[in-house]
Write a protein that binds this ligand. Structure first.
Ligand code: NAI
Length: 706
């Protein structure tokens, strides 16, 4: 919006206290765009001159949102370091005015308060937060490759101390109201219904000198331990990010320098760092990922206006790792689940898994005992199909076996209502093959979750040619309700995620065959930015499962998907990966070590060879990238955007690269083709560049428009 737009604020005066309500017209949440800031400045000027005003309260008019932060679109328009600095200074200036105001100012916070919202509240004299689950206060700028640039990097440590401020700024984590109170981030917490009254009373109390704000500030102990605190923060960040993310390191530096000088000088340090980061490639990539996740909410892979079915009851087939994970994730959002397995033992294990994941959260205090009990009680076990008649959606997570999956689909159709949707959580089998010959193919699709379900943020929904739009809408809606980023992809072996992961894992197996060491391969890829190495991933997925999937891929996609025969002997030797405590690594007594004897089981391996790290990275990463392009070319992916989101949130592709397609755009299609051609000449036809990539290279074009 701009300054001529309808007012973002309403002003209400009551016995000396002015209440400013921020309510951006036509928006779900409040953001701090330049238009709104202009209006704010003008209002503050008026209030400053109005001698009848003794105190000011700032609140939001949105139901569950205080301020969602800056208008991130404005970040994408920053063209230079200087423009970035200017944006930061503009934010700092308005909050300086707020802080310097003649009257005391109280922020009445209910709902999400992040980024610029938190910085606004920090410039107030007093903060009251509504004690509600929806209230959370934080500075998530590092997640976009930035630092708090509107005073937050200065005011937060001055308010809550170094350790707490660094923790919040570096993790980007938001605090709920009780924690915020404990940290000294807010002065008072109250029931949401009386938030405004409490804020007004505090405002008057401040004006009359009866109320004194809390300011824990930087303690003497922190002052003495300064060098240690910053050194430790730095070491932790380097370890966690592998040095790929400049923002947290800049943040540490800014907090360190800013807290050893005046606020004025500190703000200047902050603005300069913000300017530098705002044009960095990493920030651009992270911002693009943020927008991609927003866009997929609007463009979900079915026609606008499609009716979706609300899932009131869920049926889950299979109480294994995935079935139990899905049941727990559904129960967590209030959906009753009926979970079926073939034996009482399997059901018992599944229920225990459900309980354990909630128990973990209870220990971290993100769930109360009552909430835990409710979530566990919502999952009821069964050995037959009792209760499935009332299910709106059934998700199947039985063994990865096509005939078994076809059979359970037929059984399910026999007991469920005509409208019930059936989803398979297969990781590789084409949904069309599972649905072939079933009674209601329009109501069958894939819902591919990732392990562990409660933590992994992606859901890949697979639609066949016959899947009805309502069916897709139902699955997408349900996935979103569980808090997942949902991409809708076309049907085919391994869909998008498993299909791109396969040649990547295969390449690790080829390297092992050629003599590479397990730890060299894993370290090369974690150094590239993946959260775990590919050999570790083999062990996590399970050698048996990976081999089975590998076979499905070869069967459908041919030789380029060939998995070297590295795993057959391992399976015969009982090495199934982490679940059997032995794979490429051993997992005795909680310690993970490479098992040197595994090399003897790999056919064709004649001894150890050292490979340059870059060679290992190129082989695996280009295998991955090339397959991602093939998925787009084959219509499995609807857009490069979906490919970026899927790879980052499902497979751990480095977010700082913005996803495989953003990464390819930066490398350039022509350069990528020439790398692939070199790899093809060295290692074989599996590296033949995808036709679409060659086309783009020929035309000098990129995947994304900008
Ligand atoms: P799992 O082996 O832990 O669980 C499978 C469960 O299905 C077992 O408890 C088994 O007793 C049960 N089952 C077998 N036949 C049944 C029947 N007729 N009715 C009811 N239950 C039956 O396997 P997991 O890992 O949970 O995998 C399940 C599915 O999810 C597979 O299709 C797999 O490819 C897929 N998947 C697995 C992922 C993983 O990371 N493990 C990730 C994404 C998908």
């Amino acid at each position: 919006m701009n300054a001529t737009d309808p007012s973002a604020f309403t002003r209400f005066d009551d016995r000396g206290v002015t209440v400013l309500t921020l309510d951006l017209p036509g928006e779900k949440v409040n953001t701090l765009g330049s238009g709104m800031i202009g209006q704010f400045e003008a209002l503050l000027g008026d209030i400053e001159k109005d001698t009848s005003v003794r105190a000011l309260v700032i609140k939001s008019g949105k139901p569950d949102n205080f301020i969602a932060g800056a208008d991130i679109k404005e970040f994408t328009q920053i063209g230079s370091v200087e423009e970035g600095e200017a944006l930061s200074r503009a934010g700092q200036a308005i909050f300086d005015t707020l802080e310097g105001s003649r009257t005391p100012v109280v922020a009445a916070i209910h709902g999400t308060c992040v980024g610029g919202g938190t910085e606004l509240s920090l410039a107030c004299d007093y903060r009251v937060a509504a004690d509600d689950r929806k209230t959370s206060i934080g500075l998530p700028e590092v997640m976009l490759g930035l630092i708090p640039g509107a005073g937050g990097s200065n005011r937060l440590p001055r308010l809550v101390g170094l350790v707490r401020a660094l923790d919040m700024i570096l993790s980007g984590r938001a605090l709920r109201a009780p924690r915020a109170l404990k940290a000294g981030l807010v002065d008072e917490v109250c029931h949401p219904a009386i938030l405004l009254d409490v804020a007004k009373r505090a405002a008057l109390g401040l004006a009359e000198g009866r109320v004194k704000p809390r300011r824990p500030g930087i303690s003497l102990k922190e002052k003495l331990l300064r060098p240690v605190i910053f050194r430790k923060a730095r070491a932790t960040v380097v370890k966690r990010t592998g040095g790929h993310y400049p923002a947290p390191l800049e943040a540490i530096d800014v907090v360190r320098r800013a807290t050893s000088t005046s606020l004025r000088a500190g703000l200047e340090i902050e603005a300069r760092a913000f300017g530098r980061l705002s044009v960095s490639e990493v920030s651009r990539a992270l911002v693009s990922v943020f927008f991609a996740t927003q866009e997929i909410k609007k463009d979900a892979g079915y026609p606008q206006g499609t009716r979706s079915r609300e899932v009131r009851k869920l049926g889950v087939l299979g109480a294994g790792l995935m079935g139990a994970g899905i049941a727990g994730a559904a129960s967590n959002v209030g959906v009753p689940v009926r979970m079926k397995d073939a034996s009482n033992e399997a059901l018992g294990r599944g229920l225990k898994y459900v309980r354990d994941t909630f128990e973990e959260r209870r220990k971290r205090r993100s769930l109360t005992r009552l909430e835990l009990a409710q979530r566990v009680d919502r999952v009821s076990p069964t050995l037959d199909y009792t209760g499935f008649g009332r299910a709106d959606l059934v998700i199947e997570a039985v063994f990865e076996d096509r005939e078994l999956k076809r059979r359970v689909l037929a059984e399910t159709e026999g007991v469920t209502s005509e409208e019930c949707v059936f989803a398979s959580n297969t990781s590789s089998i084409p949904i069309g093959e599972i649905a072939a010959g079933c009674r209601r193919p329009a109501q069958v699709l894939g819902m591919h979750f990732f392990s562990p379900v409660h933590k992994m943020p992606l859901l890949e929904v697979i639609a066949t040619r016959e899947t009805a739009p309502e069916t897709i809408a139902t699955a997408v809606g349900f996935g979103r309700r569980m808090g997942k980023h949902v991409i809708v992809v076309g049907d085919g072996p391994g869909f998008y995620t498993t299909r791109t992961l396969s040649p990547y894992l295969n390449e690790a197996a080829w390297l092992l065959t050629e003599g590479a060491a397990v730890e060299d391969i894993d370290r090369a890829l974690t150094a590239f930015g993946f959260p775990v190495g590919p050999v570790t991933l083999f062990d996590e997925v399970g050698i048996d499962v990976a081999t089975k999937i590998g076979k499905v891929m070869v069967q459908h996609l041919g030789d380029r998907m060939e998995l070297p025969p590295a795993t057959d002997k391992m399976m015969a030797d009982g090495r199934l990966g982490r679940k059997s405590k032995r794979g490429f690594y051993t997992y005795g007594k909680g310690r993970k070590r490479v098992d040197e004897t595994v090399y003897g089981l790999i056919p064709g391996r004649t001894g150890h060879r050292r490979f340059p790290r870059k060679d290992i990275q190129d082989r695996l990463v280009y295998a991955f990238l090339n397959e991602a392009v093939t998925c787009l070319q084959d219509g499995i992916l609807r857009s490069p955007r979906d490919g970026d989101v899927g790879a980052i949130f499902g497979l751990g592709f480095p977010p700082f690269l913005g996803g495989p397609f953003r990464h390819l755009d930066r490398v350039g299609a022509a350069a990528a083709v020439s790398t692939l051609e070199r790899l093809r000449d060295q290692h074989g036809a599996r590296f033949e560049p995808a036709t679409m990539l060659k086309d783009l290279a020929g035309k000098g074009r990129s995947f994304h428009a900008a």
